[in-house]
Design a protein around this ligand. Structure first.
Ligand SMILES: Nc1ncnc2c1ncn2[C@@H]1O[C@H](COP(=O)(O)OP(=O)(O)OP(=O)(O)O)[C@@H](O)[C@H]1O
Ligand SMILES: [Mg+2]
Length: 276
């Protein structure tokens, strides 16, 4: 194990060229020189408004997409994207999306969903695969009774647990979480965030956590990177940035987020009940 950051990007850009209706071409620079670096076991939160390039960045650090220019390093080693990413490197980086239903095959039993990554990247036989799947189901708070169920038989929170479990089946080092709790109720959000925190400690995982929800970011982040129109405008430790956001855009972003303060809501409800 090295001291190198698990993930690092240097001056990463990504251009999208699209054809217009009239046959002309238009190029959009979705990422403009992104530098980031996340040490092992840490969480970098990426925030910014819709369209600022968060998912584009997620695809690049997941090695699904290649940057137009710049470098991506995993454990200090440059990823040679042009030559095709090796299976071993691919295993190390996994992604969890916002909508697990969209990424789960409706006709596949959960046991098979979780066994599939093992078939693809290990030589394990069926009984061992089954054992690993059962252990993972237990680890994420589901049981063996769920093994033969289909995705539609689960709640949103359970489906997100399954998506996390599937990502973890091949022992990755880095997990990219693209708005993993945005579609869930607040109480379920908290459960999933706590599960992610436990898993991070247990397996020494490194997270890049994309979210537009600053209360979530405050809960999970070690460092926060704020993006605007494909650029990083502020990138600092969580406590520092929440105490005193420096960039005007960060200030606007932080000011625009309504604070959900449960203590205040309870107090208001209690006052209302007292009046009635
Ligand atoms: N495949 C593509 N082809 C052309 N343009 C794209 C493509 N994917 C993204 N873009 C453009 O790149 C920019 C960044 O998009 P991206 O999806 O990364 O934003 P985002 O920050 O994830 O937004 P959201 O919060 O809505 O998910 C946008 O202007 C988008 O329209
Ligand atoms: Mg996105």
């Amino acid at each position: 194990m090295t001291d190198a950051p698990v993930i690092e990007t240097r001056a990463v850009t990504r251009d999208y060229t699209t054809k217009s209706l009239f046959g002309g071409r238009k190029t959009v620079r979705a990422l403009k020189g992104i530098d980031l670096s996340v040490p092992r076991g840490r969480t970098l939160a990426v925030v910014g408004e819709s369209g600022c390039g968060k998912s584009t960045l997620a695809r690049i650090i997941t090695l699904i997409d290649a940057p137009t220019s710049g470098e991506v390093l995993i454990n200090g080693e440059k990823v040679a994207l042009a030559g095709g990413v090796t299976a071993e490197l691919r295993r190390k980086v996994q992604i969890v999306f916002q909508n697990p239903y969209g990424s789960l095959n409706p006709r596949q039993k959960i046991g098979d969903v979780l066994a599939e990554p093992l078939i693809l990247s290990t030589g394990l036989q069926a009984p061992e695969r089954r054992e690993r799947v059962m252990a993972m189901l237990n680890r994420i708070g589901l049981g063996s009774e769920h093994y033969n169920r289909y995705p539609h038989m689960f709640s949103g929170g359970q489906r997100q647990r399954i998506a996390i479990a599937r990502a973890l089946m091949v022992n990755p080092e880095l997990l990219i979480l693209d708005e993993p709790v945005s579609a869930l109720d607040l109480s379920v959000q908290a459960q999933i965030l706590n599960l992610l925190q436990d898993l991070q400690e247990e397996f020494g995982l490194t997270y890049v956590f994309i979210s537009h929800d600053l209360s979530v970011v405050r809960h999970v982040a070690d460092e926060v990177m704020v993006m605007q129109l494909g650029e990083v405008v502020e990138y600092r430790p969580r406590d520092a940035i929440f105490a005193a956001p420096e960039h005007p855009y960060t200030r606007t972003l932080f000011a625009a987020t309504p604070r959900i303060d449960p203590a205040r809501i309870r107090a208001r409800l209690a006052a209302k009940a007292a009046r009635a």
